[in-house]
Design a protein around this ligand. Structure first.
Ligand SMILES: Cc1cc2nc3c(=O)[nH]c(=O)nc-3n(C[C@H](O)[C@H](O)[C@H](O)COP(=O)(O)OP(=O)(O)OC[C@H]3O[C@@H](n4cnc5c(N)ncnc54)[C@H](O)[C@@H]3O)c2cc1C
Length: 336
């Protein structure tokens, strides 16, 4: 059994956990990341490796994969321990004040402080509620777009009214032969600039419609029947090769909900130092709840360093909490 005690153990290797690992290394804390998936990056490589991310300061244009690659490289700067493919299922404070974490495979980990960067735990897309959907899933019916190349020259139908549906419609507009976007309501919930772009895009927007039937053979969709919701226009049939369903996510935060932490609206409540209701346990990224929280990658990049600085105060109480720069002025000074 590995009983080595780390200063900071980060549960979750998504953007929040990765940047916190880098910053923790900068503060010279012995750091470990434990990630459930067999790779690092969290939701970004899982849900949108090829989507272009445009809302991180200083990065005008980068795919999910490119952002992940840079994040992982940066996180490894100070050689944190990385454990992949382990779900942490239990957290207990021991008599000596340190924490013991237990993974689903029985492995134990020990740490002075804990950083929960778990996103919304295990996350699954809401499936299309049709019995025949299962025949097409992962063949011609998808819940996210992992490879843009799969959509080249295809007739694509996207179902959904949120950010993801609007973003994928715009992303596929110049790749697919045709893109049809259907939604049960007339309004889309994407960012204003994206919804405006959609109005001028080569996307066939149809509302209020939903998928009524899928038709095809051997996993390949050939035709989709759409139902008009107030029956004003009756059913419509479209020749379609690929269907993307963006009907939201089902969140499963268990087992974290049983760890005695104060929760608000399914998220973990934190104070202004990102500390949870349990001293020494911090929460950052999507899982953290505080007033006016922004569930974006850029937000997580601020929360990690705040939590790390306060964790350092627990690990080394004699050190002040400072906002430290990574800039090295040495070369500049030598030239002078
Ligand atoms: C389709 C889509 C598009 C998006 N587009 C953008 C965008 O353009 N710009 C933007 O800023 N944001 C975007 N977001 C939001 C962004 O992805 C999240 O804000 C970000 O991923 C949050 O990072 P995180 O590290 O908090 O959580 P996550 O990325 O969810 O990572 C959490 C990690 O923790 C792991 N984990 C969970 N529980 C455990 C456990 N018990 N043990 C071990 N590991 C565990 C999970 O496996 C996961 O890898 C998008 C989200 C989606 C779904």
């Amino acid at each position: 059994m590995n009983e080595e005690i780390y200063d900071v153990t980060i549960i979750g290797g998504g953007p929040a956990g990765l940047f916190a690992a880098f910053y923790s290394g900068m503060r010279e804390m012995k750091t470990k990341i434990i990630e459930y998936l067999p790779y690092l990056g969290g939701k970004v490589p899982y849900f949108y490796p090829e989507k272009v991310i445009r809302d991180i300061g200083g990065i005008a244009h980068a795919t999910g994969e490119e952002v992940t690659e840079q994040l992982v490289k940066q996180a490894m700067t100070f050689d944190p321990a990385v454990v992949l493919g382990e779900q942490v299922v239990d957290m207990q404070r021991m008599e000596d004040g340190n924490f013991q974490l237990v993974s689903s495979n029985g492995n134990t980990h020990y740490s002075k402080t804990i950083m929960l960067a778990t996103g919304f735990g295990t996350l699954h897309s809401v499936k299309l509620d049709h019995p025949e959907a299962v025949y097409y899933e992962e063949k011609s019916l998808h819940y996210t777009v992992r490879k843009l190349a799969d959509y080249y020259d295809k007739h694509v139908l996207i179902s959904g009214g949120g950010n993801s549906a609007v973003d994928w419609a715009l992303e596929l507009e110049n790749i697919a032969k045709s893109v049809t976007l259907i939604h049960r309501r007339d309004q889309f919930k994407g960012l204003e600039s994206s919804v405006t772009k959609l109005k001028n895009a080569r996307v066939n927007v149809m509302t209020p419609y939903e998928i009524k039937e899928l038709h095809g053979t051997d996993g390949q969709i050939k035709k989709v029947t759409l139902k008009h919701l107030d029956n004003a226009a009756g059913d419509k049939e479209l020749y379609i090769d690929r269907v993307v369903v963006n009907h939201g996510f089902q969140i499963n935060l268990e087992p974290i909900t049983s760890w005695g932490l104060e929760m608000i609206d399914g998220m973990i409540a934190v104070d202004s130092s990102m500390q949870t209701s349990v001293e020494g346990v911090f929460a950052i990224g999507d899982i953290a709840h505080y007033p006016n929280k922004l569930g974006l990658i850029a937000g997580a990049f601020n929360e990690g360093p705040i939590a790390v600085n306060h964790a350092k105060k627990i690990v080394a109480p004699e050190d002040p909490v400072n906002h430290l720069f990574s800039t090295n002025f040495a070369a500049f000074t030598e030239e002078e």
